[in-house]
Design a protein around this ligand. Sequence first.
Ligand SMILES: [Zn+2]
Length: 155
Amino acid sequence: MPIFQDQRGKNIANFQKMIDEKKHTICKYYDEIGHLYYGQYKDMNIDVTKDINARCESISNIYKDIEELNIKILREKGLKKCAICSTENQLANAFCFKCGARFADDDAVPADVIAPPNACATPPSEKRSEPAPAEPSPAPAIDLAAPEANGNGEA
Ligand SMILES: [Zn+2]
């Protein structure tokens, strides 16, 4: 086993541990929300809306953190997730292999990994969306060859 694999496994375990801790925090907030709500049920004069909302907001933020950690874990595995259909793709993919959605630029892998040597002129993501750019070049030559068309020259 290369050292890389080992380090990767450690990173993944570390991220997973952080996720577990965050999930534990979420459970704690849910628990507190339950107690707050019950307190209000028992005594209608108590308004716990603010307290509950604050915890709900924290929970939403923690879910976002967990999502980011899951993305980091996927990256360690050489994968990324499609934002549209949630399918796991290889990091090198410019488009989702399942639904065809384009990945954001910051997901793009260095061009030299997959791009052919003549791709230097265009950005790697653009190049793949236009598979046949060679076609239009004969068109201007026709314009030059038929200047009479402009001046009612046709019989
Ligand atoms: Zn997709």
